[in-house]
Design a protein around this ligand. Sequence first.
Ligand code: CA
Ligand code: CA
Length: 218
Amino acid sequence: MKTTRKLMAGLVTGVLLVLIPMSIAAAAPLQYEMYNGGGMGVLYHDETYLGGSPPGNENLDYAPLWGGEGQITNIAIGTYDPSDVAWVGWGYWDPFVTIDLGAIVQVKQVSIHTLVNSSAAIACYAQVKLWFSDDKVNWNASETYLTTPADKAEGAHWVNTQQFSHAARYVRADFTRVGTWTFVSEIKPDSVAIPEPGSLLALATGLIGAFGLVRRRR
Ligand SMILES: [Ca+2]
Ligand SMILES: [Ca+2]
């Protein structure tokens, strides 16, 4: 019994040692690219967007914003108030956002923080089509999420796509709008790191070592 417990403890420790760095490796997005929000002058831009070469203009309607980060991945989310600076809003425009996750990871779902404010003509998009790529050139897979009545309900809330599993470094979200305005304050791809052959080898070696130690002590 004692030996079995030791072996189990060794197994659990080994698995944890691999899983902890894996969850850290599934890190926050490195950068994203999109056309800036716009349609009503100074409101609804991605005012904090930084990066890119040449730098995009974060204060210009529909300006290309490439190679940096801003409000779409800064964790802050918008309130029901459309003038909340956290929102990026596109008027008469079907936005897309391509997120670089920094490494090829297993993408499981995408969550999009969205505003529905009917008195301000802001509606939930009809659908979001997700594309997956390792190199931003070849898009290997796609998933289409049709928004539900709950997604279209009045308020500021998360729209969570269906679950799937695609290995990708880049995730592109193409929105098909309904009505005049589409408002998004955050896009969060949920992913897990793909274990490298080296870490699997380390796990196997560790487990064999632990097993050998237990056997010797018997
Ligand atoms: Ca945000
Ligand atoms: Ca904004």
